[in-house]
Write a protein that binds this ligand. Structure first.
Ligand code: SAH
Length: 346
């Protein structure tokens, strides 16, 4: 028998499910609060529910939980978790401390199918997609462990969020619900490698989140050499989708640009990039690439990154160099999971 994954249900879905078990709607609303406001991990903690009902529920449904397989704390306060899922798979989440609050970077899939040539997360391909409840559990487990409120979320961990569209949308509805942890959409960023049809779909959802696009190159030749997804959705289609997204939502779009020495960090690239994004309300985030094992790329040096930024600004663009947190605890996303896999393979 398939267990119902309780933490993955939105409030209306949970209420309907609890009613299908012969219980009144208010019990569904109470259980939703237990799961998402109080974040219990066991049915026995739902103290206002009849015992017999909880027994019946626990025979049909599970609360999605994670265990901490490994944890690293950086000198700057960044905490990186390797979480183990009940099926044995591992994912990563990172909590970063900013002046405006704690931000968590969550994974949306185990592995990734996108194949970006600089990214550790994709090296073993896609294993499976996470449920909405498993993504919630990353936030809840990290918040509990850190012992402070998490107020911001970036979907920039392992996986491609728009490749797991329905579960990610349910996650967003649950995590922003005011009967749960209540993290507002304004405090959430979703990062995509550029799945054009899904960007168009997301534009229709009316969510106030920030869309972040991993661009990394200003033309097709370069981008296809770094990101196979560009063969399916070339730069001009991606940028057109971004412009349409902006028109529909009125939101500024963030573009990630990982700088690779001698590849995409030339003055000509900066000019092409500025030209490509002209007229759009955009913010360009420059990140020196984090070299991963098995990749031929190395990071642009600090002067090059700064010159690139200054050139963009001189061309009227809004660009910053991303502050790097947690560099002493290894890493670009996906690296901890790769390390742990390596150890268990030996
Ligand atoms: N799949 C989504 C989200 C996960 S990756 C996406 O592609 O946007 C989060 C960000 O980290 C992306 O911008 C990705 O391109 C970037 N990234 C991946 N590996 C990196 C590396 N080695 N160095 C710097 N940035 C990297």
């Amino acid at each position: 028998m398939e267990y119902v994954q309780l933490t993955s249900l939105t409030e209306p879905q949970l209420v309907a499910y609890i009613q299908s078990l012969g219980q009144p709607a208010f019990r569904g609303r109470q259980i939703y609060k237990w799961l998402h406001e109080k974040q219990v991990t066991d049915f026995s903690q739902m103290t206002d529910q009849p015992k017999a009902f909880l027994e019946k529920l626990s025979e049909a449904a599970v609360i999605e939980t994670l265990t901490i397989a490994r944890k690293q704390v950086s000198k700057d306060g960044t905490v990186k978790y390797l979480f183990r899922l009940p099926d044995g798979n591992c994912i990563e989440s990172v909590v970063m401390r900013y002046s405006y609050g704690n931000t968590i970077c969550v994974s949306t899939e185990v592995g990734c199918a996108m194949g970006c040539r600089f990214c550790a997360s994709t090296q073993g391909g896609l294993v499976r997609r996470l449920t909405a409840g498993e993504i919630c559990a990353e936030v809840y487990a990290a918040q509990k462990d850190v012992g402070e409120r998490i107020s911001n979320i970036v979907l920039m961990g392992i996986g491609e969020p728009l490749d797991n569209y329905n579960n990610v949308l349910d996650f967003l509805r649950i995590i922003s619900s005011d009967h749960g942890i209540n993290i507002g959409m304004r405090n959430i960023s979703l990062s995509t490698c550029g799945l054009v049809p899904k960007i168009a779909e997301l534009a229709q959802e009316g969510l106030g989140l920030t869309l972040s696009v991993s661009l990394h190159a200003p033309n097709n030749t370069l981008r296809s050499s770094m990101m196979p997804v560009n063969d399916a959705y070339p730069v001009e289609e991606l940028i057109a989708a971004c412009r349409a997204y902006q028109q529909k939502t009125g939101r500024r779009i963030s573009f990630e640009y990982a700088m690779v020495k001698g590849v995409n960090d030339t003055p000509a690239c900066a000019e092409e990039l500025a030209h490509l994004l002209r007229g759009m309300s955009a913010h360009i985030n420059l990140i020196p690439i984090n070299p991963v094992d098995g990749s031929q790329y190395s990071a642009s040096d600090a002067k090059n990154v700064n010159d690139f930024k200054e050139r963009l600004i001189a061309l009227g663009m809004n660009a910053t160099v991303r502050r790097r947190l947690g560099t002493d605890i290894s890493a670009a996303c996906g690296q901890l999971r790769q390390e742990a896999k390596g150890e268990s393979d030996q």
